[in-house]
Design a protein around this ligand. Structure first.
Ligand SMILES: Cc1cc2nc3c(=O)[nH]c(=O)nc-3n(C[C@H](O)[C@H](O)[C@H](O)COP(=O)(O)OP(=O)(O)OC[C@H]3O[C@@H](n4cnc5c(N)ncnc54)[C@H](O)[C@@H]3O)c2cc1C
Length: 328
C-alpha cells in the first residue's frame, strides 16, 4: 500500500506532488483533464502574475511550466495519471482501495484532495465536430505572438472575452480585432466594456453563429445571424478565440462523505484534515473561515497537509525537518 493519492494536478496539486516526493512519500497523482496546470493553464496562461513570492512578475504559463518541471524529482515516487478520475473508493485495511477511470486499482493510506473548482472544459463553438481539433480555433490564448498582426475574432460577452479583445490591441499584438456577442449587453466590467470603443474593436451584437466554414482543419469563416433582424453576415478571420466560459464535469468526489459548505467547498482543520482523519484537502476546494483564495494560500495548505500526512505514515513523533535539509 502506498502513502498518498493526490486528486487534481492544478497548481496546488503540482506543488503537493513535488513536496510529497521530497518528504519521502510514495503514491499517485491523478488529473481529470488532458493537461496538468488547472485554472491558470486553462484560463489565463498569458497573463502576468504579480503575487508570486520571489518574482516581481512572471507569466502564468512560465510559472506553471516551472511547477511541472519541479515535479520531475518526485515522479519516480509519485506516479502521474492524466485524463483520469475516480470511479470508486472503498475503505480497507487502514487505507483506501481506489478504482480509477483508467482501470488502475490502487491502495493508499491517505488522500489529499486538490481538485480546485473541478474538472472544467471550455464550452465549445457550436456546429463543429467536437472530436476534431482546429488549428486556428482557441479556447484559451496560449501563445500571443502567434496572433501578431492577424485578423482575430473573439466570441463571447463575458469578462474574459472583453479582456482578451482589449488586451490584443493594448499590447500591440494586432489592431484587427472583432468581438461577437449574442446579447446587446456584455456581462463584463463596465470600464473594460468602454475600452472596446477606445481600442477601435469592431463589435458585432446581438449576433449568434449560424454556421462555421471549415477547410483542412482550419476555420475559414463564420456565418452570423442578427438576433432580431435575422440579417446574415459572412465573416472570415485568421484566428478565432472562443470565450463562452467553462462547464464543470462531475468529479466523483461525492464518493467521499465529507463535510462541505453549501457551495460544496470541503471544510478543513488547521492541520488540513477533513472530517475524515486520513483525507486532507488544500487549494481552491478547501474552506475555513477567513480564507483568501489564491495560489500562495493553496501552496501553504498543501505543504501543511503533507507535513501532517507524514505523521500518519511515520507516527506522531516524526518530524520530516526542513526540505532544505534533504540530501539530493
Ligand atoms: C482569471 C483568473 C485570474 C487569477 N489570477 C490569480 C493571480 O494573479 N494570483 C493567484 O494566486 N491566483 C489567481 N487566480 C486564482 C487561481 O487560479 C486559483 O487560486 C488556483 O487555480 C487554485 O489552484 P487549485 O490547484 O486549488 O485548483 P485548480 O486550478 O482549479 O486545479 C484543480 C485541478 O484538479 C483537477 N481535478 C478536479 N477534480 C478532479 C478529479 N475528481 N479527478 C482528477 N482531477 C480533478 C482539475 O482538472 C484541475 O486541473 C486567478 C483565477 C482566475 C480565474
Amino acid at each position: 500500500m502506498k502513502d498518498i493519492l493526490i486528486i487534481g494536478a492544478g497548481p496546488v496539486g503540482l506543488y503537493a506532488w513535488s513536496c510529497a516526493g521530497m518528504l519521502g512519500l510514495t503514491g499517485y497523482i491523478i488529473e481529470g483533464n488532458d493537461n496538468p496546470g488547472g485554472q491558470p493553464w486553462e484560463l489565463y496562461p498569458e497573463k502576468l502574475l504579480y503575487d508570486m513570492p520571489g518574482f516581481s512578475e512572471i507569466k502564468t504559463k512560465t510559472f506553471i511550466e516551472n511547477l511541472i518541471s519541479q515535479t520531475e524529482k518526485s515522479s519516480k515516487q509519485i506516479t502521474y495519471f492524466g485524463k483520469t478520475n475516480i470511479l470508486t473508493v472503498n475503505e480497507a485495511n487502514d487505507g483506501f482501495a481506489v478504482t480509477l477511470t483508467n482501470n488502475e486499482v490502487i491502495s493508499v493510506k491517505t488522500i489529499l484532495i486538490t481538485s480546485g473548482n473541478g474538472v472544467f472544459t471550455p464550452i465549445r463553438l457550436e456546429h463543429l465536430d467536437a472530436t476534431q481539433e482546429y488549428d486556428n480555433l482557441w479556447y484559451a490564448v496560449k501563445k500571443l505572438t502567434t496572433l501578431t498582426n492577424k485578423k482575430v475574432i473573439v466570441l463571447g460577452g463575458g469578462d474574459s472575452a472583453v479582456d482578451w479583445a482589449n488586451h490584443l490591441v493594448e499590447d500591440k499584438i494586432t489592431n484587427n480585432v472583432t468581438i461577437i456577442h449574442r446579447r446587446e449587453l456584455y456581462r463584463a466590467k463596465e470600464s473594460n466594456v468602454q475600452k472596446l470603443q477606445q481600442n477601435k474593436i469592431t463589435e458585432l451584437k446581438p449576433y449568434h453563429v449560424k454556421n462555421v466554414q471549415v477547410q483542412n482543419k482550419q476555420i475559414k469563416s463564420l456565418t452570423l445571424e442578427h438576433e432580431n433582424s435575422k440579417e446574415i453576415l459572412e465573416l472570415a478571420a485568421d484566428y478565432f478565440i472562443v470565450q463562452y466560459g467553462a462547464k464543470v464535469a462531475p468529479t466523483m468526489l461525492n464518493q467521499f462523505s465529507l463535510e462541505t459548505t453549501p457551495m460544496r467547498k470541503i471544510i478543513i482543520q488547521p492541520s488540513g484534515q477533513t472530517n475524515h482523519p486520513h483525507i486532507f484537502a488544500a487549494g481552491n476546494n478547501a474552506y475555513y473561515e477567513g480564507k483568501y483564495y489564491n495560489m500562495v494560500t493553496g501552496f501553504g495548505e498543501a505543504i501543511n497537509a503533507l507535513f501532517n500526512i507524514t505523521k500518519i505514515i511515520h507516527g506522531n513523533k516524526y518530524h520530516p525537518g526542513y526540505l532544505s535539509d534533504i540530501k539530493k
